[in-house]
Write a protein that binds this ligand. Structure first.
Ligand code: SF4
Ligand code: SF4
Length: 298
């Protein structure tokens, strides 16, 4: 085990120790343990884009239906960045996907946070470093008896055992987007509601995002080979990864999707026309006599 994390609050169940892949933890969880499912009865699960793809497929729903039925929105950073959590029962913090004493009804497709628990992923970029780093923390809550089990394993072994590597790999660029937003803070200005709308759709609602890129205007602006475009239409995971590239390009100027020649100029010209038209309309309205004022004058 290594460095102390200075930012864990004093009474937090998160141990103030930053773990690396080779650090060891004492823990075991299995069907039959005295606390089986206690964690799912106190669920506070933030979902990642890949979690949603796995869950909507498992449940045979569109992403839009899944979001409506099984999730609640929240603000990730106090500045409007939209996040999604698994919905719990109305009268208790019990996960809606828990099947009573049988346990998780979607176990093979359970979200990343459920796989990790009682660990948490800590993505960060050290000051002055060009690269993001991943560390892990251990969460010790009274209801979880797994910490008392006589079983020691490394973080790397735990991640493998829980099948979480695939999830982290799929979500990698999304974590970068969140991290960039956090590290830039309010200094770069608040993203527009349209940017947040795009972020929501490209992160969580793949079926709506697919319809969005199928609109004819999208390919008038972004240069996408036919084969690649067909793949995006067919494959949720490819589409999700493309969405991350689009977000990095739109929000932070990381140019990885080529633009159609002259598209930028055309768009700027269209914008100028719209601004001019709006200005003219405002001038016309300002010239018109105020009908209420006239009524009062009479
Ligand atoms: S998704 Fe499954 S593992 Fe995760 S909290 Fe719900 S029931 Fe528990
Ligand atoms: S040991 Fe911890 S993670 Fe496993 S079922 Fe019990 S409370 Fe949940």
């Amino acid at each position: 085990m290594s460095n102390q994390t200075p930012d864990a609050p004093p009474k937090s169940p998160v141990l103030p120790i930053r773990l690396g892949l080779d650090d060891k933890v004492q823990f075991a969880c299995y069907k039959g343990i005295s606390c089986f499912n206690a964690c799912c009865r106190q669920a506070d699960i933030t979902l990642t884009p890949y979690d949603i793809i796995r869950l909507k497929r498992r449940l045979g729903l569109t992403s839009t239906e899944f979001l409506k039925r099984y999730t609640v929105p929240f603000e990730m950073d106090g500045q409007g960045m939209p996040g999604i959590k698994l919905r719990t029962e109305d009268d208790a913090p019990v996960c809606k996907l828990l099947d009573g004493d049988n346990g998780c009804s979607v176990y093979e497709d359970r979200p990343s946070a459920c796989r990790y628990y009682p660990m948490g992923l800590l993505a960060m970029r050290p000051t002055g470093s060009p690269r993001e780093e991943q560390h892990w923390v251990l969460v010790k809550e009274d209801h979880c008896r797994g910490h008392e089990e006589d079983n020691t394993l490394t973080v790397a072994q735990y991640r493998k055992e829980q099948g979480v590597e695939e999830y982290d790999e799929a979500n990698y660029d999304w974590y970068r987007i969140i991290l960039k937003k956090r590290s830039s803070g309010p200094t770069v200005g608040r993203p527009t509601p349209q940017s947040y709308h795009l972020f929501f759709m490209a992160s969580y609602d793949m079926d709506k995002f697919r319809e969005f890129i199928k609109e004819s205007k999208f390919r008038q602006y972004y240069l996408l080979e036919d084969d690649y475009f067909e793949k995006l239409i067919r494959d949720d995971v490819e589409l999700m990864k493309f969405g991350f590239r689009l977000l990095l390009q739109v929000l932070y100027g990381e140019q990885s999707i080529p633009l159609v020649d002259g598209a930028l100029e055309k768009r700027l010209a269209e914008r100028r026309e719209i601004i001019e038209a709006k200005k003219k309309l405002a001038e016309e309205l300002a010239k018109q006599e105020d009908p209420v004022a006239r009524y009062i004058d009479d």
